[in-house]
Write a protein that binds this ligand. Structure first.
Ligand SMILES: [Cu+2]
Length: 162
């Protein structure tokens, strides 16, 4: 009996040791997982911050018949802006930035021409990368296409200068 009990105790001790080691292993695994999760989180935060600051002086605009996508853009005041236009439509379009506090109204016509801040004409299928200098004055600027009937069809947008 006494021997059997002693053996049982020994087994229990061994079992406890194994359990302890297993727990230690589990804790180490857990800590590594947490570290990995934290690293991932930090990396994601950094990436999103980098993308946000990096995209400010670069614009990507898609032209279709008849829309600008996105139609709301934001750029930093006074900076040189690289505009990449992807033309996916079948007809010619313009990307026109109107001067601050001007608006083409229902149509773009000859009276609106002196109020143009900057413009580029893009032929169908002719994607382009161009540069222009952002206005110095912060505010909301209107974007339009100057082709007859295109404003009416929805080729309008806003450019926020910050
Ligand atoms: Cu157009």
């Amino acid at each position: 009996m006494a021997r059997g009990a002693a053996q049982g105790d020994m087994q229990e001790v061994k079992l406890r040791q194994v359990n302890k080691q297993f727990t230690v292993l589990q804790i180490q695994k857990h800590t590594m997982k947490n570290k990995l999760a934290l690293t991932c989180l930090l990396l994601m935060l950094c990436l999103s911050a980098c993308v946000q600051s990096g995209s400010s002086n670069k614009l990507n605009v898609e032209m279709t018949d008849f829309a600008f996508t996105p139609s709301q853009l934001t750029i930093p005041a006074g900076r040189e802006i690289t505009l990449h236009i992807i033309h996916k439509g079948l007809v010619e379009h313009d990307f026109i930035i109107m001067k601050l506090n001007t608006n083409v109204g229902l149509h773009f016509n000859a009276e609106d021409q002196p109020n143009v801040y900057w413009q580029i004409k893009v032929q169908a299928g002719d994607s382009q990368t161009v540069t222009f200098t952002a206005p110095d004055q912060p505010g909301m600027y209107q974007i339009v296409c100057g082709m007859a009937g295109h404003v009416e069809s929805g080729m309008v947008g806003t450019l926020e200068v910050k």
